[in-house]
Design a binder for this molecule. Sequence first.
Ligand code: CDT
Length: 316
Amino acid sequence: MSRVVHVGAAQLGPISADESRADVVERLIALLRDGATIGCDLVVFPELALTTFFPRWYTDSFDGHDHYYEREMPGPQTQPLFDEAARLNVGFCLGYAELTPQGERFNAYLLVDKRGVAVGKYRKVHIPGHDSDEPWRPFQHLERRYFQESPEGFPVFRAFDGIVGMALCNDRRWSETYRVLGLQAAELILIGYNTPLHYAPDPDQNALQGFHNHLVMQAGAYQNGTWIVGVAKGGIEEGVESLSQTAIISPSGQIVAQTITSGDVLVSARCDLDLCSRYKDTLFDFARYRRPEAYRLITERKGAIAPPQRNKQGAS
Ligand code: CDT
């Protein structure tokens, strides 16, 4: 019997700074119901799906941003989403800002099963941007101020009849993300993102945002024989335009579903997890072909170090 998971990629349009949690949760529930109507088993929401993308603003103290974080999950405002998921018998994956009792701040992604029970949590590993105010930018990207790097790596979870991993936004640009998940036999990787179209350090990259988005996820899917669901919060939010182009990608690296608009919308695909073995057991049979001893630098070295210059005589 094949293991087909019907996955809905629930893209969000902009969330304004003054939009209430209750209103946002209503939007999420509407997408959850869209998924249930077409028979989805799992509906995947984007990164920081409960609030506007608040790292675009600097505040002197963290407290100024505290209202964007969740201290409990579910809490009183998010419980209706969990209740509706259980009623509809649909799982979901939700991105949110987490403030722990110890005062840690993580960019988190929670996997919830069809009973409305949390079955896995991921905390973002690669935190992009900067940590102090940089007024030369048209808007800030202060994730490094408002979130800490997770020390927990990339866990996988047995859920939805398969092996599920998660990643968030900037993680998707790093090949290590997919390989670490691939080495745990991940069959379905869920990735939420908020990607501004304008990249201040090198605006020549602006026009390539859509290309780079699909490039990295398609390569990650193919090279690890896994399904990937990349879900955007896109559109123009508080004056900043972010990429949409939510996509579901098969283990062949092909996009099988994609959004064509930038608002709240759900696209879906029936993901046959048994297709993964067509790649995992052939060209990418890790146990047979990988050479970890040849890749030692990947874990031993952080930044690139160029070899010594050769002198004019050719000796180094
Ligand atoms: N949310 C997130 O990780 N966004 C980053 C923006 C990088 S530019 C500072 C991304 O990689 O899309």
